[in-house]
Design a protein. Sequence first.
Lengths: 324, 269
Amino acid sequence: MCFLLRRLGHAAFLLLGVSVLAFAFSTLAPGNYFDEMRLNPQISAERLSALRADYQVDRPMAVRYGRWAVALLHGDLGFSFAYNTPVAPLLWTRARNTLLLTGTATALVWMLALPLGVWSAERRGRPADVALSWATAVLLIVPDLALALGLLVLAVRSGWLPTGGMVSVGFDGFSTGKKIRDVALHLVLPVTVLVASALPVLLRHVRAAVAEALEASFLRAAEGHGISRRRSLYRYALPAAAHPLIALFGFSLGTLLSGSLLVEVVMSWPGLGPFLLEAILARDLYVVIGGVLLSTLFLVAGNFAADLLLYWADPRIREEAPER
Amino acid sequence: MEPMIRVENLVKRYAGRGLGRRAAAFTAVDSVSFSILPGSTLALVGESGSGKSSVGLCLACLERLTSGQIWFDGHDVATLAERELRAVRPRLQMVFQDPATSLNPRWTVREIVAEPLLVQGRVANRERGVHAAQVLERVRLGAEYLERRPAELSGGQRQRVAIARALILEPKLLILDEVLSALDCSIQAQIANLLVELQRALGLAYLFITHDLKMAAHLADEIAVMSRGKIVEQGAAEEILRDARHAEMQNLLGATLVEREVIAVVRER
């Protein structure tokens, strides 16, 4: 229990730190949203200073951080300069789209990596395993961006798959079945890129962890007692290999919001990626900070979930935690 | 007396691994033959890399041999299928060198020691704990150790747990692969004495694999010296120790004890 409380404390501290840093960096960067307006002859100097006062960009940073943090405690992420609406609903719509994309990709990656990794670890050193590690090495070398662009070219040439966005024109008029099909089709390309970029790393980790566990002589001993191959793989070796895998799983949960930004921009997926890029370029302060904070929240929550899983999976942590 | 186990012309060759590297096969054990009588100990002595551990793994049916026969319990176990081996395995158990890795670190001593019973599906759930406590008693560990995990035990205690785990299936032959070499000197002696005591009480046969001639001299009735996969010398322990002709023996003696000590060891027996 102590273990979990301590981890929760870490998480809170981390979030606080990130919020301060995100706020500081985006405020200290030269220029702000209203600077460009000075060049616009249609906006008068008085109007501009009224706007600046309105949005309080001329107050000292500490004051603004304090007001922002207090508002945050009430669930208010601030106000977008560009959209002229509260940040939270804006972020939420985009985050939902991102989660749909990354959730699908992450689930798929794990469903592929676990059985393939165990399979390959069991055959370590044999031709099938060697071939698989060459394949992952090749996949690892190809940059995500090149892969994304290549797939886009293929999609354009063949015309089989939509090349951008999340829905087709006239989506609102579709029946439910057709809507699902449409979104699924739009998902294919970005999900493929995300899976292809995450799979080799994950697969190698699973393989390495299971292979190491398979070398442990307690498995040899169990073999000597007459255990079956299948049971030794999934009931003995996999739990022994679970430590690094659970940490990785937490990490992949954590990157659900931040792991696909580039792919989203390239594939014009209406998620956080293009939205944040736009906000950064326009210095839409609170949108940027909100986005960073939300991503961090996911990262921290993912790691915390991993800690919970470890606590549940490893009796040693459960029992020794109070002393450590 | 009928031997407990008889090994004839055991050969173990490891294939080179990986694509296109098939050619680099390595012969770890080259035509090794020996037998062990019930209740007696054969020490298999040799430097690391001499193939003695491979012999142990083959005998424990953890590695398939390349050729040769292993006669045990009226079968040539080398020819048995995995399903038939399951019935033979309980009578032929192995204890590994390093108890830090041969015990599952996540389990309690109770789970570790009772696991073979679970795997063999022998004893009802509730009675397994009782069996575990009994066999712990045999290796001089109290029932208070049942709920501990390997990390909470000393090296000697862990090796006792490993021995208990091997004993719970009531084997006739124990393959002891360097079981003393991961332990401190004083603990080595304790475990060695425990092994002698267990052998007397249970009539076990031991294959004692070691690079330590002194321990071999202390425990073995017979000694076989291995070098580069072959047995280069074999015979009653006293004789082998008295006339250490072979260069391999000289090496091992140089590594473990000086000549005067050998004589002392021989006299003790």
